[in-house]
Design a protein around this ligand. Structure first.
Ligand code: GP9
Length: 412
């Protein structure tokens, strides 16, 4: 109760009665399918190169989806596994350790647990070995009733770290069909792998033709990899339609973290990304990942939400649509369909105390006074940002509350 009140005060959010919340329960009882796309940043969406769309299917899907293009990446040192943790808990990951390793023994209050209580089957799919990122502990800690990993996907069509996303979706489909045949609602979290750095695909899977100056570049391989992922997600959704699963589902798609980090890629790649963007490759271009919600019959009119959002907001937004009030749950994100104003932090890949609010991205140096504030629209530096000191104090407090809450949770 103490945590909850303090968080609410710090987040300064107004909560409407449940019955007045927009889209509350519109997808009640539907299946939830969440696709986490490895390394997907926002900029390939809507992008054309050499007259070809990089992600034509996702672009097309946006016309009938809610789209949050500027969703802040909030992962810490646990990278992909932190994204899985955040999206299923709406809690901050730890600043200096992968949360799945430090707290794999805990019992997290989570989206799978909320859905288990509503008699959903909850399962997660990832083609890498389950020991990676300590997921054999993370998944029970998150409360998934089943997890499918490694050997379940076989040896076929291995690309990079493991079996391809095509294989993951193909092998997941019969599991989802089986749930549907039994009349069971399910939550499936599908965690992609193929578009992992260094984004190398076999020649027969490279379907995007790029101008010659992208040859042999990380950026070119990244775009080709995003194009592949776009196609395999589309194929999967077509199969969901054919199996009669699609109409009764909410499908959410988001990126786990950046693929192209300015400081870790070559100058040539920074130039190539800048060319694609039509401006210098900036911090926000790197840190924004897309979040898309597609619910047939509910999101058909399509809407883009330009406001500040973060990965912490994914669970509350989906829970609202599924008719699950989180008023008694300790969460650090917010339902993006019912709150406009936002304050979000990120650590590890950004200095401690970095935050986004409705106007700026702020990154401290030694402290607040010598930090840097950037306009969210233009990324122009702000001379006078003193009026945001309160937000800096709020974010530090929120992150330390999240740490204290995690520490306080019981072991499984
Ligand atoms: C590892 C895969 C990639 O199993 O999910 O993780 P990353 O290296 O991106 O954190």
């Amino acid at each position: 109760a103490e945590f909850k009140e303090e968080i609410r005060e710090l987040k300064k959010l107004e909560f409407l009665p449940v019955a007045e919340r927009k889209f509350f329960g519109d997808a009640r009882g539907r299946n939830l399918i969440i696709i986490q796309v490895e390394s997907m940043q926002s900029f390939p969406i809507g992008l054309e190169v050499g007259g070809q769309e990089v992600m034509p299917h996702l672009n097309n899907m946006l016309g009938g989806s809610f789209y949050f293009p500027d969703t802040a990446q909030q992962t810490g040192p646990g990278n992909t596994s932190d994204a899985e943790f955040i999206v299923n808990t709406s809690l901050y990951p730890l600043a200096f350790n992968p949360t799945s390793q430090t707290y794999g023994n805990k019992k997290f209050p989570s989206l799978p647990r909320l859905l288990n209580n509503l008699d959903y089957s909850t399962m997660t799919f990832h083609a890498d070995d389950v020991e990676f990122w300590n997921r054999d502990e993370l998944y029970p800690a998150l409360g998934f009733s089943e997890y499918y990993h490694g050997q379940f996907f076989g040896e076929e069509d291995v690309i990079g770290i493991g079996p391809s996303d095509e294989v993951m979706f193909q092998k997941a489909l019969p599991v989802l069909q089986e749930q549907t045949a039994q009349g069971k609602a399910f939550y499936a979290h599908l965690v992609g792998l193929t578009s992992h750095h260094p984004f190398k695909l076999p020649a027969d899977k490279k379907e995007l033709q790029l101008p010659a100056h992208f040859d042999n570049s990380l950026t070119g391989d990244y775009l080709i990899s995003m194009h592949y992922t776009d196609r395999v997600i589309h194929d999967f959704i077509e199969q969901l339609k054919a199996e009669g699963i699609y109409d009764n589902s909410v499908i959410a798609i988001y990126g786990d973290h950046f693929g192209l980090q300015q400081s870790a890629i070559s100058e040539n790649d920074v130039d190539l990304v800048s060319e694609l963007l039509g401006h210098e490759y900036k911090t926000l271009d790197r840190l924004n990942v897309p979040f898309v919600v597609h619910a047939p019959g509910i999101t058909d009119q399509g809407e883009t939400f330009e406001g500040t959002s973060g990965q912490l907001d994914i669970m509350p937004t989906l829970a609202n649509m599924l008719g699950i009030p989180l008023d008694d749950q300790i969460i650090f994100g917010q339902d993006l369909l019912n709150h406009d104003s936002n304050l979000l932090g990120a650590r590890y890949y950004m200095p401690a105390g970095s935050f986004w609010n409705d106007e700026i991205l702020f990154m401290p140096e030694k402290g607040f006074e010598d930090g840097n504030a950037y306009d969210l629209e233009t990324e122009a530096p702000l001379e006078d940002f003193s009026r945001f000191k309160e937000d800096y104090d709020r974010i530090l407090k929120l992150e330390s509350l999240s740490d204290a809450y995690l520490e306080s949770l019981p072991e499984r």
